[in-house]
Design a protein around this ligand. Structure first.
Ligand code: ZN
Length: 198
């Protein structure tokens, strides 16, 4: 798309660098933003900056949150002896939406992928092992059923088993290569309830 303003072109270029936004959509968004009242644009810009500067990792489970400790880890009514391991905060959100899981989580922020050069030290695994020194009955591995997710699940189970903690893997009702985030709640629940000890 040709822009007759360098600033507009730059805005479109920045938007196009975001995932899922092609050059055409970026152009549409850029024109839309320019057409908005100034205070609305200011609010948008402010909320991006505020999110970037204030969102941090929960010091226990590493989900993205605003406080040192997230609302789930702070909740005394949750079962802190059951930890569900997920790849990212979006997957955690998917399980939370079912409203049927009452344990706590651990967010790895990625999965082991030899192909992409992502090793165990690149995800929050060491932090998980540290948590397991506390009072933990079960670790439920809910990484995606992609090659990376499975590799990560195997790795974690081998690491934890010697500690005598029960390790389970969510059932394979989740399609291979399936991104947890896009799977409906019923399937997620079935996968959780049908988890098998590994
Ligand atoms: Zn937390």
């Amino acid at each position: 798309m040709e822009y007759f303003s360098g600033h507009l072109g730059k805005l479109a270029e920045e938007l196009a660098s975001l995932p899922g936004i092609g050059a055409k959509s970026a152009g549409r968004l850029a024109y839309h933003i320019i057409g908005l009242p100034e205070e609305k644009v200011q609010r948008l810009a402010n909320s991006i900056m505020a999110a970037k500067s204030n969102v941090k990792y929960c010091k226990e489970c590493f989900m993205l949150t605003d406080a040192e400790t997230c609302p789930i880890c702070k909740d005394a009514a949750r079962d802190h002896c059951t930890i569900m391991v997920v790849e990212n905060t979006r997957d955690l959100g998917a399980y939370e939406k079912t409203g049927k899981y009452h344990g706590v989580y651990h967010v790895l922020h990625g999965a082991i992928s030899p192909m992409l050069g992502i090793g165990p030290a690149d995800i929050k695994l060491k932090e998980l092992m540290e948590r397991l020194r506390g009072d933990v009955d079960e670790v439920i591995i809910a990484t995606n059923s992609s090659l990376e997710g499975e590799t990560t699940a195997m790795y974690i189970s081998k690491l934890i088993k010697p500690a005598g903690i029960k390790v389970s893997r969510i059932a394979s009702g989740v399609p291979v290569g399936g991104d947890l985030e896009y799977i409906d709640e019923v399937t997620l629940l079935r996968a959780l309830e049908g988890r098998v000890q590994i």
